[in-house]
Design a protein around this ligand. Sequence first.
Ligand SMILES: [Zn+2]
Length: 142
Amino acid sequence: MIERVSCAVCEKAWPPDDHYIGDLGLTKAYLFEDQFFAGWTVLILKEHRTELFELTREERMGLVEEVSRVGEVMAKIFEVRKINSELLGNQTPHIHWHVIPRLMSDPEPLMPVWSVLHEPAYLSPDVLKERLSLFRRSLGIS
Ligand SMILES: [Zn+2]
């Protein structure tokens, strides 16, 4: 049994509303605040669940489809060498996937993003708006 701890998602403390891309079905997509890895997106399960085994088989399949859909769009938008899809939840115990395009220009392409020391890149409101629009258009979300 997994003990319920406080959840930033359910408390609406994360992610920030102004980074919202759109509703994908089972998840809502947001641009990650730190865009050092340009295009880094987070897919957040709408319901509070902590582990994949708490979902039905259909939900798990649907979740992977949504992660895959975002990764495919990223591969069209950016010049990627790899897409990283990560489900961790150690800090925020609410199922969410980090979907991260690793670009050809990636400074540490062999390392997980968590190990790459860098200054966070927060987008200006104009650039944020532009990047959100790019994702929405590419995902067919109005
Ligand atoms: Zn939650």
